[in-house]
Ligand binder design. Structure first.
Ligand code: SP5
Ligand code: ZN
Length: 342
């Protein structure tokens, strides 16, 4: 399987995030991608290539122009105030507050375009997120051109980012951008299977009212897990999209037997949909030793996961999302790819 990877991810390295009431070193850090790349090479998965440049048009197919412009200029506006630490949001327009105007100052904009404070913007963030989307697009192109599969080793991840907000370490929704690009290149139906531990709220919301993208997600129950405000089992889609969204919230402590049942059911839904291509939002924060997550998958379970995904028998693009047990992230992510290849 071809892997697309760019070193540019290193330009995005947030210093700290607020977790459990404390500022702590960011869990979403460059060594994550390094570990996955090392494993890709160690097992000889296949060629590793850099991304092509796709410019802003594929981003604007899923994100609003105002949001993309905000991402591009945020660091400039922040640092112009003499601030050299990460830009972070600190105020949000919740119930009853005005969202019909975009604030003019950067502190207001950060809150307007964010769902949480897990999204530091640094000097290199724009370049890194742009390139992460290019990585997804380049791997997408491979699948659009007839490859059975490809791996987009994206960093930063994307699935919490919606049309006009960032959150949960995510800025541009790489999987959604790739799925839309597959449709723009002739696919009639694309299924997105999100196996990250956290619900892919951004991806779900982007495609919620559409029938040309089916979204299936298995994740920690939002009653007790981030992102808390989306990802429940009764979210089936809206309007023409009704019946094309399927969530499988699972309790803390879920191990492979329970996970496998949800995955098998989600895969049956995708098979019935008969998509022209599948995009897998590949997070491996379902691992038993993940420092911020509560599922109990083992290294070998990821081989089985890959094998089950292969049974969909559709061209498949794997897009890297979360996973914070850095020692095991490479083994687990690449096990899915090896299991897929059989
Ligand atoms: C892409 C991705 O996986 N994003 C995850 C963002 C999670 N952000 C907040 C997690 C809060 C978890 N609280 C757990 C407490 C552990 N001490
Ligand atoms: Zn996650």
């Amino acid at each position: 399987m071809l892997t697309i990877y760019s070193d540019t991810h290193r330009l995005h390295y947030g210093q700290a995030e607020l977790m459990d009431g404390k500022m702590q070193p960011c869990f979403e850090k460059p060594s994550r991608a390094d570990m996955v790349l090392d494993r890709v090479k160690a097992v000889g998965l296949g060629e590793v290539r850099g991304p092509d440049e796709f410019g802003q048009s594929p981003l604007l197919r899923v994100h609003s122009a105002a949001y993309v412009e905000f991402l591009e200029n945020a660091w400039k506006e922040w640092s112009a105030l003499g601030r050299s630490h990460d830009a972070l949001p600190l105020v949000w327009p919740v119930r009853g507050l005005r969202t019909d105007r975009i604030p003019a100052d950067i502190d207001g904009k950060l809150g307007y375009f964010a769902m949480d404070a897990g999204v530091p913007i640094t000097a290199g963030t724009w370049e890194a997120i742009r390139q992460s989307a290019n990585v997804a697009m380049t791997a997408m192109q491979e699948v659009a051109n007839g490859a059975k599969s490809a791996f987009a080793l994206c960093r930063p991840p994307g699935h919490h980012a919606a049309a006009d907000y960032m959150g949960g370490y995510c800025y541009l929704n790489n999987a959604a951008i790739a799925a839309q690009a597959l449709l723009d290149r002739g696919a009639k139906k694309v299924a997105i299977l999100d196996v990250d531990y956290h619900h892919g709220n951004g991806t779900q919301s982007i495609f919620y009212d559409r029938a040309d993208v089916m979204f299936v997600s298995i994740h920690g129950d939002p009653m007790v897990e981030y992102p808390h405000f989306l990802g429940f089992a009764d979210e089936y889609g809206a309007g023409p999209g009704f019946g094309f969204n399927h969530n499988y919230p699972l309790p803390h402590g879920a191990a492979w037997p329970m996970y496998e049942q949800a995955l098998a059911d989600g895969i049956r839904k995708i098979q019935a949909y008969a998509p022209d291509a599948v995009v897998v939002s590949l997070g491996v924060d379902t691992f038993k030793d993940d420092p911020i997550s509560q599922f109990k998958l083992e290294n070998s379970d990821y081989l089985t996961m890959g094998k089950m995904i292969a049974e969909i028998a559709s061209p498949t693009l794997f897009v890297m999302e979360g996973g914070y047990a850095v020692e095991d992230i490479g083994v687990n992510a690449v096990n899915v790819l090896l299991g897929f290849e059989g």
